[in-house]
Design a protein. Structure first.
Length: 564
């Protein structure tokens, strides 16, 4: 196991992990054990790669944000934005265009252009993909600009695209406070698709560029009044100091309120969506509403409005940074939790460190919950559970919760609407968490196969259905099905008549012919013919065993849904 840790610490590739697995098998390790270790290692490799990529993207966005607070020349920052976009997305060309008074667009900066003539090109309103992005205010991409039919191919835009040899093209709007100022575009000279992460990354860079553009325009307007300019500089210095000091949202709001001649109110995202009297300035980043600054006055002092407008971008950057830090922290906890549930640690001191790294108390016993279904949807739902949240991670396509508490309390909390189907084990000492995880995972799969949606249960709660939890039990079940229903299954295969489904539906409807025929969508006479066949195959006394057969059929169906 130490070798696996060294491989992961060295940022091993998938090929290196696979080579190590083969080496272990060659050295005598059981293939099943080596496969399990390799799968766990690959999951950690994937999580680490994701974390490194997110760190690179976050560092780039933070770098742009820091420059936004101090750089006075917006052209320098816009050049950096397009350069960062080209580097992070791995494209051939990035460029930025701004709208003019007649809604036409002019390309301001570019990175990777074949000719310097691209900068300064003026594109008519609505032309090409860039016009579609500006008009709609939404991101758009095309695998091949030349063949794209969703846009209006305008001569100037097509000529510029042809001169640069553009094929794959992604555009996002430069928007601030509900206004679209232009667009940021990333292009390849070959056909290229763009995934959601790339779209979000370019949107984040566009948000910073839009802030820079808006700041520049604001400074230009404020230059008309020396007094207004001095207030702006003083305000920027104050907000810049707050950002550079690493202040959180509360400390920033405290500073903004201290500078305002009228009381300012902070609204969270939900409250910001509600209509209200007075003046509201939303705080938005990458198209997401994060909150708003509000003053209870429909026509406030211009100085108050100016303060709100200057503070909004800084608040957006602060909130974006906080969310990014929270995501990074969650990813670290996820990695620690996955490691805790998939790898044994013989060193007690190291085990305690692992538990604390996952946010768990080594002295307490914990419940292990495995929720079936979409892990992110389950994570959002579980965030509303009362008590200590413990640790959570997406593992093998399911959400796993490790949390202290009593199972009775968790059952009561699980009755909320939208609850995922979940297996639970424990509470157990920390040394038994891996076994509890395996038990809870098998139980979750069984509950889903049985159709018991939204239920939280232990393996002991399954009763006779606990046979589904082990391969041995399912083999015994298959043998029992063959003994009891073998002739029916053989007849069904030979005649291609759904006799097993007929028998199950007949028993589920209390052996009443009319509702059974309706459920099967067949004539009642056809049902009587099938029942006669069942009498012949199972013997006249089979109805006396109806309950046993019904349970067997339910188990058989659930076992089939479980798969291997």
């Amino acid at each position: 196991m130490t070798d696996w840790v060294h491989l992961l610490a060295g940022q091993a590739s998938v090929e290196v992990v696979e080579a190590h697995r083969r080496a272990l098998v060659a050295a005598g390790t059981a293939p099943e054990q080596a496969d399990a270790q390799a799968r766990a290692a690959l999951e950690v490799v994937a999580l680490l790669a994701q974390r490194r990529q997110r760190a690179v993207e976050l560092a780039a966005l933070n770098d742009v944000a820091e420059r936004l607070a101090v750089v006075r020349d917006p052209e320098d920052l816009l050049r950096e934005v397009v350069a960062q976009a080209r580097r992070l997305l791995g494209v051939d060309l990035t460029y930025l265009a701004l709208t003019e008074e007649d809604r036409a667009m002019r390309i301001q900066v570019a990175d990777g252009a074949r000719s310097p003539r691209l900068v300064g090109v003026r594109l008519p309103a609505g032309g090409g993909l860039i016009g579609r992005v500006v008009d709609s205010g939404e991101a758009m991409w095309t695998r091949d600009y030349r063949a794209e039919t969703r846009i209006e191919h305008e001569e100037t835009a097509d000529r510029a695209a042809s001169a640069e040899g553009l094929r794959g093209l992604l555009g996002v709007p430069l928007a601030v406070r509900g206004r679209v100022l232009g667009a940021l575009l990333a292009a390849k000279r070959q056909e290229r698709a763009f995934d959601d992460d790339e779209v979000r990354l370019l949107q984040g860079l566009a948000a910073h560029a839009a802030v820079a553009i808006d700041n520049a325009r604001s400074r230009q307007r404020l230059a008309e009044s020396e007094a207004a300019l001095q207030r702006t500089l003083a305000l920027d210095a104050e907000l810049t100091a707050a950002v550079l000091e690493g202040g959180d949202l509360d400390s920033l709001l405290e500073r903004v309120r201290a500078m305002s001649p009228a009381p300012l109110e902070w609204l969270d995202a939900d409250a910001a969506r509600l209509p209200r009297a007075g003046t509201v300035r939303p705080v938005v980043a990458a198209g997401a509403l994060l909150g708003a600054l509000a003053v209870d006055d429909p026509e406030p002092d211009p100085a108050v409005v100016h303060l709100m407008e200057r503070a909004v971008p800084v608040l957006a950057l602060t909130l974006t940074g906080r969310r990014a830090a929270e995501r990074a922290d969650r990813l670290g906890r996820d990695i620690a939790t996955v490691d805790l549930l998939t790898r044994a640690e013989p060193d007690p001191a190291a085990e305690r460190r692992r538990l604390r790294g996952a946010g768990l108390d080594p002295r307490r016993e914990h419940l292990v919950v495995v929720a079936d279904g979409d892990p992110e949807a389950a994570r959002r739902w579980a965030a509303g559970l009362p008590g200590d949240p413990g640790a959570a991670a997406a593992l093998r396509g399911r959400l796993v919760l490790v949390r202290p508490g009593r199972i009775e309390d968790l059952r009561r909390a699980w009755t909320r609407p939208g609850a995922p189907t979940a297996g639970v084990a424990g509470p157990v000492p920390t040394a038994e968490l891996r076994g509890a995880y395996a038990d809870a995972r098998r139980t979750a799969r069984a509950l889903t196969a049985l159709g018991r949606e939204g239920e939280l249960a232990r393996s002991a709660d399954l009763g006779v259905f606990a046979v589904l939890l082990s391969h041995t039990g399912r083999r015994e079940l298959a043998d029992q099905v063959q003994r009891e229903l073998g002739p029916v299954l053989a007849e069904e295969r030979a005649r291609e008549v759904p006799l097993v489904d007929t028998l199950r539906t007949y028993l589920e409807h209390g052996r009443r012919p009319t509702p059974t025929a309706a459920a099967l969508a067949i004539h009642v006479n056809t049902l009587y013919q099938r029942l006669a066949t069942l009498d012949r195959l199972l013997g006249e006394g089979w109805r006396a065993r109806a309950f046993d057969l019904q349970v067997l059929l339910v188990l058989h169906a659930a076992s089939g849904r479980l798969g291997d």
